[in-house]
Design a protein around this ligand. Sequence first.
Ligand code: AMP
Length: 366
Amino acid sequence: MTALSPGATLGIVGGGQLGRMIALAAANYGLKVHVFAPDADSPAFDVAAESTLAAYDDADALARFARSVDVVTYEFENIPAETADLLSAIAPLHPNAAALATTQDRLSEKAFINGLGIPTAPFRSVGTAGDLAQAIVEIGLPAVLKTRRFGYDGKGQRMLRPGEAIDPAAILAEFGGVPCILEGFVAFEREVSVVAARGADGTFAAFDPCANTHRDHILALTQVPAPGIASSTADSAMEIAQRIADAFDYVGVLAVEMFLVAEADGSERVVVNEIAPRVHNSGHWTIEGALTSQFAQHVRAVCGWPLGDPRRPGGVAVEMRNLIGDDVDEWAALLAEPGAHLHLYGKGEARPGRKMGHVTRLLLPP
Ligand code: AMP
């Protein structure tokens, strides 16, 4: 891969806050950005030199977009595989289409992870009511039924509890009859993620694993270092992310979401939940909390540039809190708080559950 020069144009597919923050990081390196997104009120459009407002299956618009840029990346992993193929036939696409296709489907994603010898929850593919009944027998309850595709923030999933009256046909009908996966419930102690980058030359740089707390299935709080995590567990979490990135011949930032499970002997075990082939909400703390932000790191990787240093200066502890729905009304108080780093995404309406911004605090010693 030839390295791009400042002044080149980075194409970003997807126009949400992740695309917006990639675009801001790209601007810092003298790059131009062209955002392709289907929603007129996409937050990334506000900060891009060029925008294309078109559907992800608009082949003509995609081709024009790809011809206008030097490299294409994405901030949204549910773009159709055909879209990725069309783009990558015209311009370099990073991360590659295979990483996208594998991680779009929870079944192929888990099979891929297990194929690397990395543990996940036990799982079964569920296409029919008979499959679901059989999967419940094999996996046991509690278990989590998820759609194979298009799930996010807890959407497209449902817990199945022991003692619950379960009608497999009715449950699958609730899911709209789409292909599903049944996962064994993991009694985890903590949820952590590793946000990491792999450069075009195969170099790898992970940010420290962070602990993630969800509210109503949406990330509420990220803390780094993850409170109480053993350094051997942190090392194995980062090593897992590296094996995944290497196996995909990945270029860019990825996030690996994991469960930490406490063993009877006091040790901790890492179980991978899912891979996001993109920058990730649990990496927002890196903007102020690391020597290189996840967004700058992603831009460096997809441009074929050397990766930056992912360490926390002085090992500082960092907290990032999402501003969800009307949390954003706190903006004035947060601006007045010394040391609170406020980020607003420029979204119009603060609907419940909508990520409107985030605030990062470095927990400096007194
Ligand atoms: P996901 O969409 O797979 O990230 O799941 C959303 C959230 O549901 C996770 O962050 C966990 O809190 C919970 N969850 C998902 N799968 C499992 C599982 N197999 N066992 C326990 N909790 C789960």
